[in-house]
Structures are given as structure tokens and as C-alpha cells.
Design a protein around this ligand. Sequence first.
Ligand SMILES: *Cc1c(COP(=O)(O)O)cnc(C)c1O
Length: 387
Amino acid sequence: MAALMGNYSRIPLAIESAEGAYVTDEMSKQYLDFTSGIAVCNLGHRHPAVELAVTEQLKKVWHMSNLFENRLQETVAEAIVQHLEEGQVFFCNSGAEANEAAIKLARKKTGKTTIFTFQHSFHGRTVAAMTATAQAKIHDGFGPLPTGFTYLPYNDSAALKAAIEKDEDVAAVMLELIQGEGGVHVAEQSFIDEVIATCQAHNILVIVDEVQTGFGRTGQLFASQKYSFVPDIMTLAKGIANGIPAGALYAKTAVAQAFTPGSHGSTFGGNYLAMAASEAVINTMTAEGFLAQVDATSINLVSELQLLTEKFPFFKTVRGQGLLIGIECDSAVADFITACRKEGLLVLSAGTNVLRLLPPLTITTVELNKAIAILTKVLKNKDTIEG
Ligand SMILES: *Cc1c(COP(=O)(O)O)cnc(C)c1O
């Protein structure tokens, strides 16, 4: 570890192999993985269709510069756009990169500067994406930050309207439909309706960061489909290739056209292996019945968790959509997460008091019941220890 930078406080667990919803550590201990690499391996670890696609692609070509045409990029872009009426796609390698590209595109298209973002948001760690992230702890020590970002309260239409009246130079409103890192806060439909109407009235672009909510996580391919609208700009990464690094920027064609030749680029973006994986991901998720099953699993999981909130005061409320679930707890969740790990279940936090569950979308009823049994056991032990 000594040669690795100390920017992560790592959990003392190193995984050697993985399959489906399970991961196995160096001591051959198995864990049920309700983290999915933070909403990356949405189809479970080493999904056979993705593994096959990448293995086949490995034998053809790995990398060519974006100076050349790339049929796989065209195929994946088409598959994404199909679910969004029309538009165009640029490929990059991560969520932060997709958001950087979104900010550049919005400014280039509108000729304006300000990007409105929301308190508790998370948009990534590069200088501009970090500045878009309205959390002081993420900025600490990295100033001066670029100008042109204004932070607003989430789910507050009045505050948005007031801010727009005060600023003539607004390029875009940028938001998550569920704030994942910021505590699993779900946008209200009425708020999103207001954002869209207000932005349309003022020629302001709507950027939706679907890095965490995209690729089936909420029970639709994109969370914006749950809210029945197509964003002007949308950013994607995490689940896009089930663990092969990739990201994407979608925009309506009229907006996308602001990226003229030479305006933006990426060496690795849209890499063949990543695109082969992504094609398999989209094909699997859009197959008949897949997303409906995610909704059914979600209802099942949420109702089991609701029962736990009735029995155990540590679990206060359950939030989220699809299989992006947050449980507001009555105190810090760190020890609870460690206890779950000892019992063979990996779960995440989202802020101090929120437990976050991101099971693979392919989770079975048996696996789900096993996770609930572990959560119940840890909750029982907790009450015994404390009570
Ligand atoms: C994870 C995340 C990002 C950053 O993605 P990276 O690939 O780590 O750069 C941006 N936005 C949201 C909503 C995220 O959840």
C-alpha cells in the first residue's frame, strides 16, 4: 500500500474473483455485493453477454484513434439515441469527463457562462466537475475554483426562478434526478416540470447527470424516462459498459452541433473494448422484460426494507427509485456497514447517516432474501449491543 496515494480510506478487503452478485476475497470468503462497484456492474460481475462481447473484440482490434471512423461507436450511439427521440453522442472515459464535456458544450452552444447546480450534488473530481459539485468538503484546498457556477437548493422551484431573474448569463441548469452521492435524494416530478418550463422560457439548457442513475438503475434505461422528458444534454458513465471504463455525452442534435471539428476530443474515448461491452449492456437491458423485472425487484426490496423500518428504530425512512435505494438511519452508518461486511454483505453509505444499496439489477429473490436476512441480523445485534 505504501506506494499508493492516500486519497482513499480503503476498506480492508481485496477481491480476487467475482461472478454475478457475489465477490470472493483472498481468503476465499464470499460476499453478496450490494455495491456493484458503485452502480457500475449493473448486470452483475462478469455478465456472460458482456464477457463474450469483450473477449470476441479482444481478438479483433483494441484501439484506434478517433481520427478514424468507428462502427462500434456508431452502433452504441444509435442504441442510446433510440431511447431519446433524436440526438447525438460523444464518447469519453468517465463521469467527470462527461460532465466537463457537458459544461463546455452548454457554454459553446449558448455563448453564456453560468451553470446552476444544486446543493448536495455530485458531478466528479476534475476541476470544473468538482466546482459544479456543490459540496464544500470536495472543494477544500483546491482553489481558486473556476467562476461561473451558482449553487441552488434542490427541489426548490422558487429559488431557481429567483436566481434566473438575477442572472442574464445562464447557459444551463445541471442536475441529478436522484442525488446518489449526496444522500439518495429524489427529484420531485413537479420540480423537474418547473425546471424544464423555466429553462425553456429563458433559453437555458437542461443538463441531466445520469452517471449514477443511467443504464437501468432506476428501472428505465435512463431516469429521465421516468420523468417523461428528454434532457437537452445528458451525461453517462458508470453502468455504461458494466465495468470497462467509459463515459458518454448525449445532446439533442441542435445542441450537439456546437461541437464542431477540433472543439473537443479524447484519446481513449469510445475505445473498442468499452464499446463492445456497452453494446452488450444495452442489448441485455433492452431485451423484453428486463427493466420490468428491475421494477418488480425494487418493489419487493423496498417493501422488505419498509418492514425493517417498522421493527428497528435505526432504520428511519427508505428513499430512491428502482435499485438505487437509500435508507436514512438515526445515526452514522459506518459501523453498521462493517458489521454487514463481517456477515458477508457489502453495502455503501451516501453521506454519514444514509445507507445506500446498489444491488446488481439481475439480483434474484434468493439473493435479495439473503441480504435482508443479513440486514435483519445486524439490526438485531445492534439493538442488543445498544439496548
Ligand atoms: C460517480 C459520479 C460522477 C463521477 O464519475 P467518475 O467516473 O468517477 O468521474 C459524476 N456524477 C455522478 C452523479 C456520479 O454518481
